[in-house]
Design a protein around this ligand. Structure first.
Ligand SMILES: Cc1cc2nc3c(=O)[nH]c(=O)nc-3n(C[C@H](O)[C@H](O)[C@H](O)COP(=O)(O)OP(=O)(O)OC[C@H]3O[C@@H](n4cnc5c(N)ncnc54)[C@H](O)[C@@H]3O)c2cc1C
Length: 296
């Protein structure tokens, strides 16, 4: 099957914040072995290519965007590729939903991903962001990752060849691979009782649901936590919990989550971000760093 190209995809329909105008085009891979065709397809489209998973960490600008969205394949479904005495290696394609991978791990009794419950991203997005919570990070159970890049082509990278830090991932540390995308990932998970894995996932989810607006239109945490501090607490202390500009507001439940209340715009989101950054700098002398990705 050839790489599929769709014109004018609306970012507001492809991001959990429900913000953003139309991009130039969307290029969707249905299989990982189509990745080498990307360069030719992208060259014919112009614009800046960006990789989009589930759009759960993206704040896209209002109005037309000079971007081409690259969507990795989601099939085949997560599966065990290696059985070891006490562990398994599970492989998932980058476009697959993280919740789907967690469902597979729960059903099979494969432990290691429980702390990622409640994160609505794709497998590729979780690797690329090194998504995590409560001390559990995607990179800590990663065994190897299939990457396609402009400079190095298609390449399996083992965990010790890549760099994974706090919401940071580099497939070629110290090198610029050009446009790169995660195509698939393999995770080394411990064999356990399905019921025990499921219980831990439910515990994680319940803990988050009590303190985070999981069902609102958000992009997760807006800012990274400064070393030894909580961005949410700093923002709360500066009066940003529940603070609104037009149709955008910091959540009344968690000051580091920004919600689109229905008719919000990216301009309003950026105004809130500017106000929050200035307030924390003035009161605490700290420059908050964005966790959410601003597009373009
Ligand atoms: C309700 C809610 C709760 C959240 N909770 C958490 C949490 O607890 N912990 C946490 O870490 N995050 C959390 N997030 C943020 C977000 O879900 C994660 O960062 C997630 O991993 C992003 O995945 P995605 O597929 O949506 O990526 P996108 O938002 O589509 O993209 C994010 C970035 O990753 C890049 N990217 C995506 N896919 C690929 C790929 N295949 N190859 C290369 N680059 C890629 C994009 O180019 C972009 O730079 C939350 C978000 C929401 C809405």
């Amino acid at each position: 099957m050839a790489v599929a190209v769709h014109p004018g995809p609306a970012l507001a329909e492809r991001t959990t914040l429900r913000l953003g105008g139309p991009a130039l085009a969307e290029v969707a891979l249905s299989r990982v072995d189509e990745a080498p065709d990307l360069a030719g397809v992208l060259a014919g489209l112009g614009g800046a290519p960006v990789v989009l998973g589930r759009g759960s960490n993206v704040l896209a600008a209002d109005g037309p965007l000079p971007l081409v969205l690259v969507r990795p394949a989601a099939e085949p479904a997560p599966r065990v590729v290696r059985w070891l005495p006490a562990e398994v290696v599970v492989r998932a394609e980058a476009g697959a939903g993280l919740p789907r991978l967690l469902g597979f791990a729960r059903a099979g009794g494969f432990s290691g991903l429980e702390g990622l419950a409640g994160i609505p991203g794709s497998v590729g997005g979780a690797v690329a962001m090194n998504a995590g919570s409560y001390g559990c990070e995607t990179g800590s159970v990663l065994s190897r990752v299939l990457v396609h890049s402009e400079r190095f082509g298609m390449d399996w990278r083992t965990r010790d060849q890549v760099e994974a830090g706090y919401r940071h991932f580099a497939p070629y540390p110290g090198h610029d691979p050009g446009l790169w995308l995660v195509l698939a990932a393999e995770f080394l998970l411990r064999r356990d009782e399905p019921r025990a894995v499921g219980r831990r996932m439910r515990e994680t989810f319940a803990k988050k649901a009590a303190t985070q607006p999981l069902t609102a239109h958000t992009a997760g945490c807006v800012f990274k936590n400064p070393a030894g501090q909580s961005a949410g607490r700093l923002l709360d202390g500066c009066g940003f919990k529940g603070k609104r500009v037009g149709g955008m507001g910091f959540s009344p439940l968690h000051a580091n989550f920004m919600e689109n209340l229905g008719d919000g715009t990216a301009a309003q989101a950026l105004e809130l971000i500017a106000q929050a950054t200035a307030a924390v700098r003035e009161r605490h002398g700290l420059d908050l760093e964005l966790e959410v990705k601003l597009w373009p």
